[in-house]
Design a protein around this ligand. Structure first.
Ligand code: NAP
Length: 298
């Protein structure tokens, strides 16, 4: 252990952001079970999970001075994408620049499938610009691009069991957060250089339409779930009642539209390749989470 200013430098410590959240929390728990030293970078220190081998530091991405202090001494950083916000790219850029300035040598970024400057899913554009910024810094990187989360699929159905949106008959390979976390752990704990410069699509085992998806949900939970295709305008109108800002409504509706265009129609071997186990299916997920549709009335 050496000292740099007031901050301790511990080599081979992995920095984990989003550790109070679903994916980052899973990654942190898995690393702790493996006995890996880690620094959990959280927005609220009181909510940092208590894990063997883990220390915690408090910083939001946009508080670049605090973030720089928080990551100092970590050499690999898992950067979990921030909660959707109008200025999310700026938040990410602040965190990346602070990490590079603090001496982080590798960033593993939790991006999103089909990230592109003109991606149909408007939130995926943020991921493209964040990836581009990470590349521009020259830091070693790996981009993990998960598909839509299987864990959130039950909430695509409202309390009447209706999944409504402009997804047409496009396909998506829903992926579980457990698989995303397993893939991230495989990359974070690999020998230096193994995954540098690589981009991995992280998907489920099979791409299905929303019609097929609701049929499976119904068959497996015995709850009536159906898919109601909407036009783009209908999708915006049906969501405006929520009072959410227009950028959020567009992001929400465009996650369906990206299914319709085929941008989500990707099945990648990355989960089995990186983790050594098959990717979880809708059936497998519901067997593990049998009460996932409790909010839907029978
Ligand atoms: N693939 C998909 O279907 C899908 C769906 C939803 C979201 N996402 C994206 O994937 C990310 C990870 O998913 P998840 O399920 O783990 O989300 P989650 O449970 O909401 O966790 C997000 C984590 O990021 C932290 N965070 C958010 N904004 C931050 C900021 N500005 N500075 C520092 N930390 C910040 C949160 O901290 P707090 O606990 O303090 O809030 C939390 O720990 C999400 O943040 C979102 O960008 C993907």
């Amino acid at each position: 252990m050496a000292a740099m200013g007031d901050d301790q430098v511990i080599t081979h410590t992995i920095g984990i952001t989003g550790a109070t959240g679903a994916v980052g929390g899973r990654v942190a728990a898995r690393l702790a079970r493996r006995g890996v030293a880690q620094r959990l970078i959280v927005r609220d220190i009181n909510r940092a999970p208590e894990l063997k081998g883990a220390s915690a530091a408090m910083a939001a991405y946009e508080d670049t001075a605090a973030f720089r202090r928080a990551v100092r001494g970590t050499d690999t950083l898992l950067l979990v994408s921030a909660t959707e916000a109008a200025d999310r790219v700026d938040q990410h850029i602040g965190a990346v620049d602070a990490a590079v300035a603090a001496g982080v040598s590798r960033i593993v970024y939790l991006s999103f499938l089909a990230a592109a400057p003109a991606a149909t899913f408007t939130f995926a554009r943020d991921h493209f610009y964040t990836e581009a910024h990470i590349r521009s810094t020259g830091v070693a990187f790996t981009f993990l691009r998960p598909s839509l989360y299987l864990d959130l699929l039950p909430y695509w159905a409202d309390e009447n069991g209706v999944v409504r949106g402009p997804a047409g008959q496009g396909r998506v390979a829903w992926v579980s957060r457990d698989d995303v976390a397993d893939a991230a752990v495989a990359v974070l704990t690999s020998a230096p250089g193994t995954h540098d410069g690589r981009t991995y699509d992280i998907t489920g085992p099979e791409a299905v339409t929303l019609s097929e998806t609701v049929d499976r949900l119904s068959a497996l939970t015995r709850k009536p779930v159906r898919y109601l295709p909407e036009t783009w305008e209908e999708a915006l109108a049906s969501r405006r009642g929520s009072g959410a800002p227009e950028w959020a409504i567009e992001g929400w509706a465009s996650s369906y539209a990206a299914i319709a265009t085929g941008e989500m129609n990707v099945v990648s071997p990355a989960v089995p390749d990186l983790t050594g186990h098959p990717a979880q299916s809708i059936e497998g997920f519901l067997r593990k989470n049998p009460s996932a549709l409790t909010h839907v009335h029978s």
